[in-house]
Design a binder for this molecule. Structure first.
Ligand SMILES: *Cc1c(COP(=O)(O)O)cnc(C)c1O
Length: 411
């Protein structure tokens, strides 16, 4: 069969459901009623309203943490987590190179240095070994990302870090209800702090928003203060106990997020069902490697590794021509190769905090820093959409298109 990219008939011409609009989202009448309720209350501010406080309690209970602090984005949620550690300028925080820039923004915003550890060639996540190779006497924290909803080996990383007094902040922006190996509890509760996003494309959303969870009451208090200008609302004093920002979530967002939380289990179950079909129907194709486990993973996206004469870019273009959204590499480049880091565009022309002092040495970033990540992005990783609104026919079309493109290129 001629590929659509070579002039053949595409498998599909109708658009697939997408997280970018209602077709692939679960916003309904209950969300509309919740937003209306918040507006009708006249208190759109979390300090005098009730919705955001209720969301925090409900989310902490749901995930299995003692405390949750709401904020305005996943990036803010991560910033709160790093701020909770009160790091010194120039301290180092280990991060993966395949992630949203928000992971790194949180580090730079605390005047800390992002140190990029390479990733596992299959999962794209940090490993205990890759983290160990990057430790220094200035390492204060590690931020493993559960990439695409696939579990990072968080218990191994915690076992490495805890005896050394290094904090583990889980970036769970893509990983609601992911269950890492080594237990039954959710990602976000295995490390010291867990960070979630409510941005448009995440499993549940309120447009933008963030949630940070922890069992540590000192971290929780510091994060609460940091999100509210360092202002201790509980004492009635108008004072500022330390530097902070205004990351307060508003009541409309909180009200919508509360409803979304009630849909989360169904969203993840539906995505796992899609993934199970994809694994069952595509798993045997030689040269394609699919996620091994469909119970721990929460499938924000569905990653495929390609080991064929053709690379991820051409395979992805051919799939797109068949009408199936496919993202080769997920990122255009590892995060450390974006100009913000290669050109050290942080604060004016200072290069701070990547300079020495405050860092123990000058930090620069260049191609070759993390070869495994570079190969994933440039050659092997292909990411397919996974969505709770996919119909059986949508999944059938994905299977048909992948088989068609595979047959062409595997010859
Ligand atoms: C989305 C995302 C973030 C940032 O979340 P925002 O809400 O967009 O600020 C951080 N880390 C990862 C891994 C993400 O996917």
């Amino acid at each position: 069969m001629t590929l659509a990219i070579d002039g053949g008939t595409p498998v599909r011409t109708a658009p697939m459901p997408t997280v970018l609009d209602a077709s692939g989202r679960t916003f309904g009448a209950a969300e509309a009623a919740a937003a209306t309720r918040a507006i009708a209350s006249g208190a759109l501010w979390r300090v005098t309203g009730t919705e955001v406080a209720a969301l925090e309690t409900e989310f902490a209970d749901y995930i299995g943490a003692s405390h949750a602090v709401a904020s305005t984005s996943g990036t803010a949620a991560l910033h709160l987590a790093v701020a909770a550690l009160d790091v010194e300028p120039g301290d180092e925080i280990i991060v993966p190179p395949i992630t949203d820039f928000g992971t790194v923004i949180a580090v730079l915003a605390c005047n800390a240095v992002p140190v990029f550890a390479d990733v596992d060639p299959v999962t794209g996540c940090l490993t205990a070994d890759s983290v160990r190779a990057c430790l220094s006497e200035r390492t204060r924290a590690v931020i493993p990302v559960h990439l695409f909803g696939g579990p990072a080996p968080i218990d191994d990383i915690v076992a490495l870090c805890r005896p050394r007094g290094i904090a583990v902040i889980e970036d769970c922006a893509q990983a609601y209800l992911t269950i890492p190996s080594g237990g039954a509890s959710f990602a976000g509760t295995r490390g010291d702090i867990g960070c979630f996003s409510l941005q448009q494309s995440k499993h549940i959303s309120a447009g933008d928003g963030g949630l940070t969870v922890t069992d540590n009451p000192d971290f929780a208090r510091r994060m609460r203060l940091f999100a509210d200008k360092g202002w201790p609302r509980d004492t009635g004093e108008r004072t500022h106990l330390h530097f902070g920002l205004n990351y307060r979530m508003n009541e409309m967002v909180g009200a919508v997020a509360r409803v979304q939380l009630t849909r989360l289990a169904d969203v993840v179950a539906a995505r796992r069902a899609v993934a199970r079909r994809l694994v069952a129907e595509l798993g045997a194709l030689p040269g394609l490697r699919l996620p091994a486990d469909t119970r721990q993973h929460s499938f924000w996206l569905f990653p495929i590794l390609i080991d064929l004469p053709v690379g991820n870019g051409d395979f992805g273009k051919a799939l797109a021509a068949e009408g199936i959204t496919a993202n080769a590499g997920y990122l255009d480049r590892p995060v450390y190769l974006t100009p913000a880091l290669t050109e050290r565009r942080t604060y004016g022309t200072s290069g701070f905090p990547l300079t020495s002092p405050p860092a123990r040495r000058e930090f620069t970033y260049a191609a070759g820093d993390c070869p495994v990540a570079e190969k994933l992005i440039g050659r092997t990783l292909l990411v397919l959409d996974c969505n709770e609104r996919f119909t059986d026919q949508d999944v059938t079309d994905i299977v048909t298109a992948v088989r068609k493109v595979h047959e062409h290129y595997a010859r």
